[in-house]
Design a protein around this ligand. Structure first.
Ligand code: FE2
Ligand code: FE2
Length: 257
């Protein structure tokens, strides 16, 4: 099984490039299962039900989220019933949605887990203890994919080491900058510190560069505007043995339309 893991989709430029690249990859059998981070899909701020449905209709199998999960108020009723959209599992107990989804994809069951970091981010429950509890619910599932949405590279590398040999892959998201450290860890887990961004590269992490520059230089608040130039999809493709759930290959990708 070939699994595509896609970095944060930013705004309509990100959604468009995602749709075009994933449609082509599925048609050409370059991927069987697609997990994409959608936390910036709605104008850079969170996701809505209709936008989640749009991404699922063009080829996403599971969507994950992060610190922007609740940016769109209208998401709450959708996420309560969502079949293929998850939010970080270590959000406080009682908040809507789920941090784990197990799907039967014909080639076996696949579990997707979403977590959020705590270093330089909002306070949430411990992602390490949380993932232990979530993995207990994955008994019998061989292919387990983890999106750890975190700021600090060290926290993501630590989680990769913590999960090595226990999950098929652990990918980092959130920084919107793709790292070049994709690898199979000693225990066999496919790992990358950050998948990157699916959105306009002519930007400051997806936002209009002029506006962001003015904000840095003057310190004045400014509206975040999604940029438009040179949209690309960034992520990884991993080769997974369906029988064991072990990854045996990982390739970093960056595709324009
Ligand atoms: Fe984020
Ligand atoms: Fe993001």
């Amino acid at each position: 099984m070939k699994i595509l893991m896609v970095g944060d989709i930013v705004g309509s430029p990100g959604r468009q490039v995602f749709g075009r690249v994933v449609t082509r990859m599925k048609k050409e059998k370059l991927t069987d299962f697609v997990v994409a981070n959608a936390e910036n899909a709605a104008g850079g701020k969170g996701v809505t039900g209709p936008i989640a449905e749009e991404l699922l209709s063009v080829g996403a199998d599971i969507l994950t989220l992060g610190d922007h999960t609740w940016d769109q108020k209208e998401l709450t009723p959708y996420i309560e019933k969502a079949e293929r959209l998850i939010r970080p599992a270590n959000f406080p107990p009682g908040c809507p949605g789920s941090g784990l989804k197990i799907l039967d994809v014909g080639l076996g069951s696949v579990a997707v887990i979403n977590l959020v970091g705590r270093t330089f981010m909002q306070a949430n429950d411990c992602p390490f203890r949380t993932v232990d509890a979530v993995l207990k619910k994955c008994a019998g599932v061989k292919t387990i994919l983890v999106d750890f949405h975190a700021e600090a590279t060290s926290e993501k590398i630590a989680m990769g080491r913590y999960l090595d040999g226990r999950v098929t892959c652990m990918v980092g998201t959130h920084t919107h900058v793709q790292t070049s450290d994709e690898t199979l860890l000693p225990g066999g887990t496919a790992y990358i510190t950050d998948l990157g961004m699916t959105g306009p590269k002519e930007s400051v992490i997806g936002r209009d560069a002029k506006t962001i520059l003015a904000r840095f230089i003057t310190g004045m608040p400014a509206k975040f505007i999604v940029a438009s130039g040179n949209p690309v999809l960034e992520g990884i493709v991993i080769d997974v043995d369906n029988g064991t759930g072990k990854a045996f290959g990982i390739e970093r990708i960056r595709c324009s339309e």
